[in-house]
Design a protein around this ligand. Structure first.
Ligand SMILES: [Zn+2]
Ligand SMILES: [Zn+2]
Length: 338
């Protein structure tokens, strides 16, 4: 039904019937809330969680892996909100809408961080800048990421100069003409202000070089991101003792099933070659558990879910990880506040 269903009454009816037939889960409150909302929280839930928040919060804006449009999960992006400043990590398609749905005002956006130059992590970087500026984004916005982020930013701003100028003239706004970009090519400190200290590591995601993981040390909370990577000791080291580790997660049995299905439908890929590529670039669930356990993090968030198929249950995602990691495991949902 999914994908083939159009906006007809019939498909809407069967959709509603399917929802009504969904099992009611009675686990912990958080689990049942997450289960009940499927792959995403509503904007109201996210806004309420942020309103009640004490201290630094992370919102998972998009939790799917890969540049595949039209799914129920958005491509990868996150926002952290701390002491009135917002920090966006990754800009997959959907980041601007999802950011807006959190209710965080655009004028709170302090800086943008990119892990690596794959479309599911950077494709909406430029649009976030332009639409964000129209919505009040500060002109001193900063961006951080691997080269050639400076060139990409300049080229994008040049491409949209006329668009920005028309809007600036019409609404008497100061145009966004440039962005302060800092390129990151190696592990080490990235930036620091009164609220946060950010550092990066280089991860393994061939052929993308460099691909980065980040750690944000806020005053009250530390949050680490693996980025896209094969299983890597450096991620465990970076995340050592962090409150939260957001780790990409690949559930191999479902990836195998998915690609076999694609091949059966005539997709011109070889099974072994495809799986070799996935294993060289991404982290299987069991390894995610091992890495989080070694790092000793309090909470592990499974995100960048591969494959991002709705029929995979939270328990299926959690089980292979829980064999190795004894802390709290959260299966990421779009707009979930952690
Ligand atoms: Zn990715
Ligand atoms: Zn990638």
């Amino acid at each position: 039904m999914k994908g083939a269903s159009g906006p007809s009454n019939l498909s809407r009816r069967s959709l509603l019937a399917g929802m009504a037939a969904a099992p009611i889960v009675t686990a912990t409150t958080e689990q049942s809330l997450a289960q009940a909302t499927g792959p995403r929280w509503t904007p109201q839930q996210a806004q309420a969680a942020l309103k009640d928040a004490k201290g630094t919060k992370l919102v998972l804006l998009g939790t799917a892996a890969g540049p595949v449009p039209g799914r129920s999960r958005e491509m990868t992006s996150h926002v952290m909100l701390s002491n009135g400043s917002a920090y966006v990590l990754d800009c997959g398609m959907g980041v601007t809408n999802q950011f807006a749905r959190t209710g965080i005002p655009f004028n709170m956006l302090n800086s943008i961080f990119i892990t690596h130059h794959h479309a599911d992590h950077n494709i909406e970087y430029g649009p976030l800048l332009i639409v964000g500026w129209i919505q009040g984004l500060p002109l001193n916005i900063r961006a951080f990421g691997p080269p050639p982020l400076k060139q990409m930013t300049e080229d994008f701003m040049r491409a949209y100069k006329q668009t920005v100028d028309f809007w600036a003239e019409d609404f008497h706004m100061k145009p966004l003409t440039s962005v302060n970009v800092q390129e990151i090519s190696a592990a080490g400190p990235v930036m620091q202000n009164d609220d946060v200290k950010v550092s990066a590591i280089v991860v393994e995601h061939p052929p993308v070089k460099p691909a980065l993981g980040y750690r944000f040390d806020f005053k009250d909370r530390s949050i680490a991101f693996s980025g896209d990577t094969a299983p890597l000791e450096a991620v465990a080291k970076m995340a050592k003792g962090a409150d939260v580790l957001v780790h990409e997660t690949m559930y191999l049995p479902a990836v195998e099933k998915y690609i076999k299905g694609q091949i059966a439908q005539g997709r011109p890929v070889k099974f072994e070659a495809f799986m070799d590529h996935m294993k060289a670039d991404h982290t299987p669930s069991e390894d995610v558990g091992r890495i989080a356990q070694e790092a000793g993090v309090k909470t592990l968030v499974l995100s960048h879910l591969t494959p991002a198929i709705d029929s995979i249950t939270d328990d299926t995602w959690r089980e292979p990880v829980a064999k190795y990691f004894k802390g709290e495991i959260i299966v990421g949902k779009d707009l979930m506040v952690v």
